[in-house]
Design a protein. Structure first.
Length: 163
């Protein structure tokens, strides 16, 4: 959702959303994520500069989700680091819990990475994965917008991959 009402997120709703993120599953249960909640006007103003869009400025609260490469599980066979996989699952939990509370959200990955690292003083092992904007909808119909998705027949295969 990309247009929010001028209304702060209730503390109990925020708590519910964060709790859902905390409960996300992760590889080897390493929980390699950190959630930075930004809701003070002065800090929000700086965060809006990290992703220049007029609609983003309407978000009353933003969560920066970080993947912690220092604790994430690495697959023994090929060393694949699952930090971003796990952090992404946590983000999805945040979005779904928000929707349950009537709060819209938008993943944002197209942010200025270097400026973000600098602004938050991120150490090398903490990767910024996404900003998540959150807010009650300005227009309630926005929560039920039609989803444009591929047909199941294009993405599901039975028994073997038939491309
Ligand atoms: C990993 C990821 C990164 C995204 N980055 C952005 C972004 O930087 N800016 C933006 O406006 N939307 C972003 N989105 C939102 C997608 O554009 C959106 O989920 C997709 O177009 C489907 O729209 P719908 O979920 O409203 O149907 C991102 C979504 C995901 C999952």
């Amino acid at each position: 959702m990309r247009m929010y009402a001028d209304k702060e997120i209730a503390d109990e709703d925020l708590r519910y959303i964060l709790e859902a993120g905390r409960m996300a599953p992760s590889a080897s249960n390493r929980q390699p994520w950190k959630f930075v909640v930004i809701r003070e006007k002065e800090n929000l103003e700086k965060v809006y500069e990290l992703y220049h869009r007029a609609w983003f400025r309407t978000a009353p609260l933003v969560i920066l989700v970080l993947a912690d490469h220092s604790v994430s599980w690495k697959r023994p066979e090929d060393g694949k680091d699952h930090a971003v996989v796990d952090a992404s699952i946590a983000i999805d939990h945040l979005t779904l819990a928000a929707a349950e509370k009537g709060i819209g959200s938008c993943w944002i990955c197209n942010f200025y990475v270097e400026k973000t690292v600098e602004f938050f003083g991120l150490p090398g092992h903490l990767e910024p994965v996404a900003f998540l904007s959150l807010g009650y909808p300005k227009d309630k119909a926005d929560m039920q917008r039609e989803k444009i998705r591929k047909d199941l027949s294009e993405i599901v295969f039975y028994e073997k991959l038939n491309l």
